[in-house]
Structures are given as structure tokens and as C-alpha cells.
Design a binder for this molecule. Sequence first.
Ligand code: F6R
Length: 241
Amino acid sequence: FNIIKVNHEEEFNETGAAIIAGLLQANPKAVLGLATGSTPIGVYKKLIERCQKGLLSFRQVTTYNLDEYVGLPKDHEQSYHRFMDEHLFRHVDINPLNTFIPDGNSGDPDQSAAYYNTLLEKSPFFDLQLLGIGHNGHIGFNEPGNELIGNTHVVTLHESTRAANARFFASSEDVPTHAITMGIGAILHAKQILLLVKGKEKSEVLRRAIYGPITPQCPASFLQVHPRVLILTDVEAGAFL
Ligand code: F6R
């Protein structure tokens, strides 16, 4: 692993944005795998700033998001469609036709997952996959368990994940029980992975992911088999690295 540990939020966001911007400058047609969650928001903000200053363009970029909840309309406040629109897409010059997110609201999530797989099969390898890590070691919504699935699939969210995400919903019962997620195989296909990790409460899981055994009990531990993973962390999350 390559590890960059930074002291401040500002430095974290600026570094993450610089890595992505550098990639897009070298390859304006880059294919990016994107994540939602609280961690990348500041990085997206910095990318928006660069784009609005004319320093960066998403015009020819293609993006694929990792995951989406099942059963939320696309314009629901907590859907990942809405998240991406609000935190990145609507502020930059990306062509909406080149942005892909699993459709969690088709009425047939298994079919949506299968369709997303056909899209991924047709796509060139991602130049960069952006990732966060869950408190329980999930990446995307690949939850800890006895096995991991390679392709895009429907998952039952763990109670711990639903609890962690309840802060965004009116009540904890409103958190969807299922999601569609890219599988671990597709994630590991990316040419390069940028893992963003912030905060003391992620330090132990980050340690396990990097130094612990490679096991489906900690899906992020599979990043150990990828040759090009860059971890961007603050001092709190990186305490044990
Ligand atoms: C989001 C995703 C999740 C998050 C993870 C961390 O698309 O796939 O794996 O990256 O749950 O979320 P935050 O950043 O909110 O701590």
C-alpha cells in the first residue's frame, strides 16, 4: 500500500482532489468508480472548485457508482442518485449520460444488478476506483460474512450499517433494508484504488483491513491483493498505520 497521512481536513480534501484532478489532466477520458458517504464530500467539493475555475473538466469522463439503496426513488433525499447529483454532478461539466449508478428503484433489484453487470462488462477498466470503508470493514455495500460475491448483486444491509446510516434518515426504520452493490471482483478490477478514511472510529478497522488476515469477515482486507492501492487518511484514522 501507499499511504498518505494528513493532519487537517483541508489537506485531506485537497490531496484527494489533487490525485483525481491529476488523473483527469493526464487522461481527460478517464473512467472513474465513485463512492458516496460522508468521507468523499469534501474531495468532491474541491473538484467542483477546480472545475468552476476552469482548471479541470469532466466533459469526457465516465463514472460508475458503487452502490445504491433499494426502494428509494431517485430524487429521494438519501438516494445515492440524489447524493451524486448534489455533491458533484450538477456542479461540473459531466455529461449525465456518462454517469452510471445502479437502479435501486426498478421494482426488480436483481434485474437491475444484472443490468449493471452488463454495463460494467462493456466498460473499459476503471482508471481509478474511489472507496470509503465502513465501520465493519465493508467496501461498497459488501458486508462482512462467510463469502464475498464478485459481481454486482443485491445485499441485505447489516443492522450495524443501517444504524450507522440512520443519522441521515428521519427515523432508523426509514433506512432501507437492502442495497445493490458492485461486487468485490469488479472493485478489484480497477487499475488503481484510492481509499479515503477519516476519523478515530475507523482506525481499528483500517488496521485490520491492511494488516489483518484476508477474509470475507473484513471485505476491505481484499484490498491487500490489489497492486495499486493508495490510502489517504487523517492522523486519527491512520493511528495504527
Ligand atoms: C458508499 C459506500 C460505503 C461507504 C462507507 C463509509 O458508496 O460504498 O462503503 O464508503 O460506508 O461511509 P462514510 O464515508 O459515510 O463513513
